[in-house]
Design a protein around this ligand. Structure first.
Ligand SMILES: *Cc1c(COP(=O)(O)O)cnc(C)c1O
Length: 377
């Protein structure tokens, strides 16, 4: 069994993907070809924002926005303690101090009450200037923007939505990658919308920000890339990846998002009452980057994980180490106003199960049976 069945997806979409790749090679405009421009337009339309700028990967996407906002030393950026490293790495790389915010047990996303507590603590300490919130749409479901946006307004902070895992998710009918002042996503192969290598994108309604990010992503270009008006980076999505993504976006919209939601619903129906299943509030839709269960404690989690592995069922632990526990952040430990108890407990209890739009009922049945057998339920 595959953890995320990319081979089944390729076999299903082979005709479209192969012809898209061939077309690009025939054209031989490998950088900034037509497919890149078309894809940006399609992504912006799908998400419901004015501008989409593709780039090299999801980490660069975060960095480019932080760079455009001029975030740096002396600034505090609020990040969930339970996330992939890049969410906190990127503000630190700009010289800012990430402040780790606790998450909610059921949704795994930023706890708005903890966010406000952290902002107040940093403000009253007076050493750092609160600048931005990087809200993460963990495992495919949006962070609670209905609560986070008013907090950002109240304290004058920008929101950068890290939608690397959230593409396709929704809150109250609004799509992930359209919240906050800017949003980013990743096209890493295993993400909800993945390419065949690295890729990423930035989304915003802010035309000035979009123009600045476009410049920063191509060596600080002015009128063209040989007219350089600022220091930038080289971070582009290549035309082959854009062509692959165009074929995959079509499938994502037509049936994959529904299929993965049906798979998740089946797991939840069968595993409910046996383990703690993911909580998706009624106003939200997840794109199921991961299907993550919670076990009683670390011992039980490891027991279930080993039992699954013994039967050839792959699982992953997202995430075993909280941001505040990473060695790389030892130097910002003193700046942390709280210990994120919920995030720490989750890191010991979570287990992500195989899921994709292409997982079969038989495969899910074998995962469910193995869990039930191990737990004697
Ligand atoms: C994958 C991921 C990223 C980084 O994306 P890359 O394309 O791998 O650079 C950032 N944030 C989160 C939450 C992610 O899951």
């Amino acid at each position: 069994m595959e953890f995320r069945n990319l081979k089944a997806q390729y076999h299903h979409l082979k005709a479209q993907i192969d012809s898209s790749i061939e077309e690009v090679i025939e054209e031989s405009a490998f950088i900034s070809g037509k497919a890149v421009h078309d894809l940006e337009q399609q992504l912006a339309d799908y998400v419901g924002v004015r501008h989409c700028i593709t780039c090299g990967n999801g980490t660069d996407a975060l960095s480019l926005v932080l760079r455009a906002w001029g975030i740096g030393p002396g600034d505090a950026v609020f990040v969930p303690d339970f996330t992939f490293f890049a969410s906190a790495e990127t503000p630190r790389d700009r010289g800012a101090t990430p402040i780790f915010v606790d998450v909610l047990d059921g949704t795994f996303n930023m706890d708005p009450a903890s966010l406000e507590r952290c902002i107040q603590a940093v403000t009253s300490e007076g050493k750092l200037i609160p600048r931005a919130i990087i809200s993460v749409d963990l495992f495919g479901a949006p962070a609670d923007y209905a609560c986070i946006e008013p907090i950002a307004r109240k304290y004058g902070l920008k929101i950068l939505e890290d939608g690397a895992q959230g593409f396709g998710g929704m809150q109250n009918g609004q799509k992930c990658c359209s919240f906050g002042d800017a949003a980013t996503t990743s096209f890493f192969p295993a993400k909800p919308l993945g390419c065949y290598g690295d890729g990423g994108a930035i989304f915003t309604d802010d035309s000035q920000l979009a123009a600045l990010v476009r410049s920063l992503a191509v060596h600080g270009k002015g009128t063209d890339k040989y007219d350089n008006v600022r220091i930038g980076v080289n971070s582009r999505l290549d035309t082959l990846q854009a062509a692959i993504l165009k074929a995959k976006l079509d499938a994502f919209i037509r049936f994959e998002l529904d299929a993965v939601n049906q798979a998740a619903a089946y797991y939840t129906l069968r595993l409910g009452g046996i383990v703690e299943t993911p909580v998706i509030p009624e106003v939200m839709l997840s794109s199921w980057a991961q299907y993550t269960i919670r076990l009683a404690d670390e011992e039980e989690r490891n027991r279930v994980m080993n039992a699954l592995h013994a039967q050839g069922i792959p699982t992953m632990i997202y995430y075993r180490t909280c941001m505040s526990q990473q060695h790389a952040f030892e130097d910002v430990a003193e700046a942390q106003p709280i210990i994120c108890e919920c995030a720490r407990a989750l890191s010991q209890r979570v287990l992500s199960l195989p899921i994709s739009p292409y997982i079969t009922t038989e495969e899910m049945d074998s995962v469910i049976a193995a869990i039930c057998r191990e737990l004697g339920r």
